[in-house]
Design a protein. Structure first.
Length: 304
């Protein structure tokens, strides 16, 4: 009897470990951020959407993001094994078989795309498919070829608010694209900061990020340039009629503060600690500027 109980316990632990590993493949932290940006797009969009359609859109979005992250880990399992921060992931650590990850990623895509296309509208399905293909088949292999992969990867990363907007309206206009551009540009200093303080890891994995290819000085200059561009793009939602002065003032204050900290990186003594702090600062910046946008749209005086 005890032997049977031990066998059941071992099986339960194995199943539980496999389930946790599958969830880990979807990068839950990234998925939560993506869903937050999709919600931002939906709340900023004109018109109304039923709770059922909204929840279906968010469920489908979570699945397509999980699919992209899973397939990304499948394709990068060898480079993940070479980096200290990623070698404990399910595939390089051997907790899951690569074939399991492949089918799990494909399965999520096969479920999510019909859900978004037929359960919400065709535009959300098209946007999700575009994000999946560009992330998995373009961005992921390009990371080994050129630093410009960062810009390619920023495209699928900026699509979530478009999905939220399209779920409500079924269309896209200049207001939706202004949010897309802001999120697109935000990713550039954000990921440059990661590449700077993890440059040794990326070099060991053979990934062609800018600090590895051209050095820290070039990466710092680009981080400043994109921080200026981020400040400029943060005004675009206001110019297209979103957010009102509540948003505009918040975006300018946050953008100037972020730019000042990026410029601090040009000092000779600014190294890994500064790059890490810039990455950390980029997260509350995005949260606060997104919250200001939604608040500016929803508050009765937001457009005044």
């Amino acid at each position: 009897m005890s032997s049977t109980a031990e066998t059941i316990d071992d099986t339960s632990r194995d199943l539980g470990g496999s389930a946790r590993a599958l969830i880990e493949l979807t990068k839950p932290g990234v998925t939560r951020l993506v869903l937050a940006m999709a919600v931002c797009g939906a709340l900023a969009a004109p018109g109304h959407v039923t709770w059922v359609r909204f929840l279906v859109a968010m469920f489908g979005t979570a699945l397509i993001v999980g699919s992209a992250n899973t397939l990304n880990m499948y394709l990068e399992r060898d480079s993940d094994r070479a980096m200290a921060r990623t070698r404990t992931r399910p595939l390089p650590s051997g907790r899951l078989a690569p074939s399991t990850a492949l089918w799990f990623g494909v399965g999520q895509a096969l479920v999510s795309l019909p859900i978004l296309t037929f359960g919400v509208n065709p535009l959300t399905g098209l946007l999700a498919a575009t994000a999946l293909i560009s992330y998995v088949l373009c961005y992921t292999p390009l990371k080994r070829v050129t630093p410009w992969a960062l810009h390619v990867g920023a495209i699928p990363g900026a699509i979530p608010p478009l999905i939220g907007w399209a779920a409500v309206t079924g269309t896209l206009d200049a207001r939706a694209w202004s949010i897309f551009l802001l999120l697109f540009v935000w990713q550039l200093p954000h990921f440059l900061a990661i590449a700077m303080f993890r440059r040794e890891d990326y070099a060991a994995a053979g990934l062609r990020v800018l600090p590895v290819v051209k050095g820290m000085r070039a990466a710092k200059r680009e981080a400043v340039f994109y921080s200026v561009l981020q400040l400029a793009c943060s005004v675009l939602p206001f110019l297209t009629g979103l957010g009102g002065f509540v948003y505009l003032v918040s975006a300018l204050v946050l953008g100037v503060g972020f730019l000042v900290w990026a410029v601090r990186g040009l000092a000779p003594d600014a190294g890994t600690p500064w790059a890490r702090s810039l990455f950390i600062a980029s997260m509350p910046y995005l949260v606060l500027v997104s919250a200001a946008l939604v608040a500016g749209v929803l508050l009765p005086s937001g457009g005044s």
